[in-house]
Design a protein around this ligand. Structure first.
Ligand SMILES: C[S@@+](CC[C@H](N)C(=O)[O-])C[C@H]1O[C@@H](n2cnc3c(N)ncnc32)[C@H](O)[C@@H]1O
Length: 203
């Protein structure tokens, strides 16, 4: 079992508690923004406990996948609580069982910041494969602030982020965009200069 999956299997019962304050302060609003304008078949890649579920567009058909079954159990409970129909299943992003071009759009929020550098290209290639040509891929991750004080604070928090979430404030996923056969169509800062959405397209 990978270290990353072990981490999420272990923290699944308390993930929503740990993340709750951020969810209330800014993540909830951000999620609505991230899914805005999407429709059809959407893949929520690395869906975790299903924090994005309230933001799924009403008439879209969303499939939520994650490597950690305990995280997905929480997602199933959330979908049930909210009365949302979501297909939820365990998949490793680096080798998914979906046919090519199965989705109109793919969203991954705070996922690539957790994936080790050497595994990122395989995951991005898979995401590109399952997204239809012309479809949109939206990746949301932290990025290091340019503001010295904030940057220093983020540096200080980095070991905690690594230890608890297997995460990093610098995902580095953009360096794999060409090799995955994708193009960057937009980069939007969503929260100050610390959370960025990279919009990619499969030409
Ligand atoms: C920080 S959580 C984010 C969860 C959710 N997207 C959110 O916004 O709250 C990262 C999630 O990515 C999942 N993940 C990381 N690497 C993965 C992989 N290769 N395949 C599937 N899921 C993965 C983890 O299991 C974890 O649930």
């Amino acid at each position: 079992m990978s270290a990353l999956r072990k981490t999420y299997d272990r923290i699944a019962p308390i993930y929503d508690l740990l993340d709750g304050p951020y969810e209330k302060l800014w993540k909830g609003r951000l999620r609505t923004e991230v899914f805005r304008g999407l429709s059809g078949a959407i893949l929520d890649a690395g869906a975790g406990t299903g924090c994005n579920i309230p933001a799924y567009p009403q008439h879209a058909h969303v499939t939520a996948v994650d490597a950690s079954e305990p995280m997905l159990m929480k997602a199933r409970q959330r979908a049930q609580r909210l009365g949302r129909r979501v297909e939820i299943r365990r998949e490793d992003l680096s080798a998914m069982s979906f046919a090519d071009e199965s989705f109109d759009a793919v969203v991954a929020t705070f996922v690539f910041m957790c994936i080790p550098e050497e595994a990122q290209l395989a995951a991005l290639r898979e995401i590109a494969r399952v997204c239809r040509r012309g479809g949109e891929i939206r990746l949301v991750d932290y990025c290091m602030s340019e503001k010295p004080a904030l940057r220093a604070g983020m540096r200080a928090m980095s070991p905690w982020l690594k230890f608890v979430f297997h995460g990093s404030y610098q995902s580095g996923v953009e360096k794999h965009v060409d090799a995955a056969g994708l193009v960057v169509v937009a980069r939007n800062l969503l929260v100050g200069d610390v959370v960025k959405m990279t919009v990619l397209r499969r030409p």
